[in-house]
Ligand binder design. Structure first.
Ligand SMILES: Nc1ncnc2c1ncn2[C@@H]1O[C@H](COP(=O)(O)O)[C@@H](OP(=O)(O)O)[C@H]1O
Ligand SMILES: [Mg+2]
Length: 274
């Protein structure tokens, strides 16, 4: 498979939703929380989703490798040769899952030469999915309803505040410094890749992520944002984020926007200057 066709996209969405049911089954009862080597939490839901998604993708595209947050120990010397691969985060927002606030997602991205070209973000507790394919468009799916989405134009802050979305559990000094330099704006806190989806559907204007994340946290929703007309840019260079360029899977600091604008670009530049 190069890029999924309509039928394959539907099968992928159904499969990701089925993995979401497995996550919800754990969410609705008591579960143990382990701590990984990097101090981040892990639950049986992360692993149930990982196994379900890997089986789905291997079944549909046996020719494509999969890199998952829960099986990430594939060396760069191997990954470097991958022209196309699946990049998944079986449970993004594990802290929100543990807090039971519903703000967690399953992220599935197709990466082509380092660029996320297709992505599904599914939020099982909210019963919502977003998917996008670069060049085709982006959609929000709720039950049987599928609605085309796009980013909104940045409002005049004198008329309506800019909506800036930030992490619920991972803030930073740089994020605070950036917000303090913005014109009239409102802040919204949200867990997981839902933040990028809010920009994609025109519910938020900016998501500055001036704190660490990994490529699987952002790739699927980056495809949705780009397909909806927005951008996910390195906060220093303003180049689009790319995956699989080096040994580390850490992203640089980045900003998600509907469109570039010198008012927030200057605020970002000033807040990152040491
Ligand atoms: N110090 C760190 N290094 C790398 N990634 C980090 C990190 N702190 C948080 N993250 C990433 O941020 C994600 C949560 O984002 P948010 O705060 O926006 O909800 C986590 O996803 P997981 O929940 O999948 O582990 C994790 O991958
Ligand atoms: Mg994650």
């Amino acid at each position: 498979m190069k890029r999924p066709n309509l039928e394959q996209r539907q099968a992928l969405l159904t499969g990701v939703e089925a993995a979401g049911w497995k996550v919800l089954e754990v969410y609705r009862r008591d579960f143990d929380v382990e701590t990984k080597e990097d101090e981040s939490p892990l639950t049986e839901a992360d692993m149930a989703s990982h196994h379900a998604l890997v089986a789905l993708l291997e079944g549909m595209t046996p020719e494509l490798p999969t890199l998952s947050e829960e099986s990430a120990e594939i060396p760069f010397s191997t990954r470097q040769s991958w022209e196309r691969y699946w990049l998944i985060d079986p449970l993004d927002g594990t802290k929100e899952f543990i807090k039971k606030n519903g703000e967690f997602t399953l992220n599935v991205a197709l990466i082509e030469n380092g660029v996320p070209v297709f992505g599904i973000v599914h939020a099982p507790a909210l019963g919502v999915s977003w998917w996008g394919q670069v060049g085709e468009g982006a959609w929000k799916v709720q039950g049987n309803q599928s609605t085309a989405i796009q980013v909104r134009d940045l409002p005049d802050p004198e008329q309506a505040p800019w909506k800036v979305v930030g992490s619920r559990s991972h803030g930073s000094e740089e994020f605070e410094a950036f917000c303090s330099r913005l014109p009239h704006h409102e802040r919204v806190s949200m867990g997981s890749s839902l933040k990028l989806c809010l920009v994609a559907e025109g519910e938020a204007d900016l998501y500055p992520r001036l704190a660490p994340t990994c490529e699987w946290d952002t790739a699927a929703a980056q495809a949705v944002v780009i397909a909806a007309g927005g951008e996910v840019l390195n906060a220093q260079t303003f180049e689009p984020l790319r995956c699989n360029q080096q040994d580390s899977v850490l992203n640089p600091f980045f900003i998600v926007c509907g469109q570039r604008d010198e008012r927030w670009e200057e605020a970002l530049h000033a807040s990152l200057k040491k």
